[in-house]
Design a protein around this ligand. Structure first.
Ligand code: NAD
Length: 352
């Protein structure tokens, strides 16, 4: 196990949680706490085996360290996975048992929702530990993060427009949005308010039609959205949209959206640089949801959470500065921004 851990990062602590009475098998990975407590959601997934679960939690927790650091938050990176079928194997007992394990870490790890878990599961965890975010609104929680994620994405789009076109005003700019779920539909609403000329697509045609009508956008097919001519393309569906098949087909100047893992591989980020397409790194531009749960830790206020998401603008500009300074792709510059902050601020904190 130590060998697997060292292959996937320099994680501080990995906790295996076992409670056969409730069928709990979970792994909590704490990657780095230099900047603050390790925050990251709990994923429930039917992993084929423990190794697959371990690799996933190691990879995801390291990602959270970078995301929080680049967001300018005083948080470290962590993540948890529960091995099991989210449709059939959930119970109050399972999540309360898991909550007790979270509690045993005394706040070094703070959990939240992720794929396969929901607000009700967080409520059960909250019965055993205060170290959980994303709890229901009537418990003082922050509720659905996607409007905040979408607002952060809007800020990142504006920063990218400033960098590429010399103006952050989106009026008259042609913006295509792929995926009209929680994040995408909120983004289209904001873009409409900004006066952008928006084109939209979702694999769910009814949704495409509805969002297009509601916000005066042009509807196209899921295939067309990748090749339609635009100033900015905003991926808000699933990952790996920039891959060997798609990369030469984009007719856009900027890629800036809410989706995670936009690049199929890191080399596609270098390729975008060569093509002269400005890429807003996914984990920097979609950090609004994380900012929202961070505010929950301070005592939640929707107004302050909304204000905080405006910081995505400066964070994205910082990434572009580093990319120019070091002549590297923006995806590499994002990692550098995170690492520089962990090294400088993390070291400062050690002094106390
Ligand atoms: P969602 O499931 O609500 O929406 C995704 C939408 O994309 C769905 O409507 C789906 O039909 C559509 N879609 C899937 N494949 C498509 C394709 N090939 N072409 C067009 N549309 C397609 O999810 P969401 O919460 O809106 O998240 C969207 C993305 O943003 C995901 O990558 C997610 O990881 C990321 N993200 C979300 C948040 C958040 O706060 N919800 C935060 C950070 C990152």
């Amino acid at each position: 196990t130590f060998e697997v851990i060292s292959q996937h990062g320099d994680h501080e602590q990995v906790v295996f949680c076992n409670d056969p009475h409730v069928g709990l098998k979970a792994i909590i990975a704490i990657h780095n706490t230099s900047l603050g407590p390790a925050l990251g959601g709990t994923r429930m997934w039917n992993y084929k085996n423990e190794d697959e679960a371990l690799v996933d939690v190691l990879r995801l927790s390291k990602g959270m360290t970078y995301k929080a650091a680049a967001a300018g938050l005083n948080l470290g990176g962590g993540k948890a996975v529960i091995i099991g079928d989210a449709k059939t194997q959930k119970s109050e007992g399972l999540f309360r048992a898991f909550g007790q394990f979270v509690n045993s870490l005394n706040g070094k790890y703070i959990t939240a929702e992720d794929v396969g878990t929901n607000v009700q599961d967080m409520e059960h965890i909250y019965m055993e530990t205060p170290w959980v975010t994303g709890i229901p609104k009537d418990f003082g929680g922050s509720g659905d993060p996607s409007p905040y994620t979408a607002h952060g994405v809007l800020m990142g789009i504006k920063a990218s427009a400033q960098e590429k076109f010399g103006t952050a005003a989106l009026k008259g700019m042609r913006i295509s949005v792929q995926g009209l779920g929680n994040v995408g539909s909120n983004l289209v609403r904001y873009l409409n308010e900004e006066g952008a000329i928006v084109t939209v697509a979702d694999i769910d045609m009814n949704r495409t039609k509805k969002v297009a009508e509601q916000f005066g956008a042009k509807a196209v097919s899921p295939e067309e959205i990748l090749t339609v001519e635009s100033d900015i393309f905003a991926p808000c569906a699933l990952g790996a949209v920039v891959n060997d098949q798609t990369i030469s087909k984009f007719k856009t100047k900027v890629i800036a959206g809410g989706a995670n893992n936009v690049l199929a591989e890191a080399r596609h980020g270098d390729h975008l640089k060569e093509l002269g397409i400005l890429y807003a790194p996914d984990y920097v531009i979609n950090a609004g949801g994380l900012m929202n749960v961070f505010v929950e830790l301070e005592g939640y206020s929707p107004e302050r959470a909304f204000e905080k998401t405006k910081r995505v603008f400066d964070n994205i500009l910082k990434v572009y500065e580093i990319a120019k300074r070091d002549n590297i792709g923006t995806h590499t510059a994002a990692d550098r921004l995170a690492e520089e902050r962990i090294n400088t601020i993390g070291r400062l904190k050690q002094r106390h």
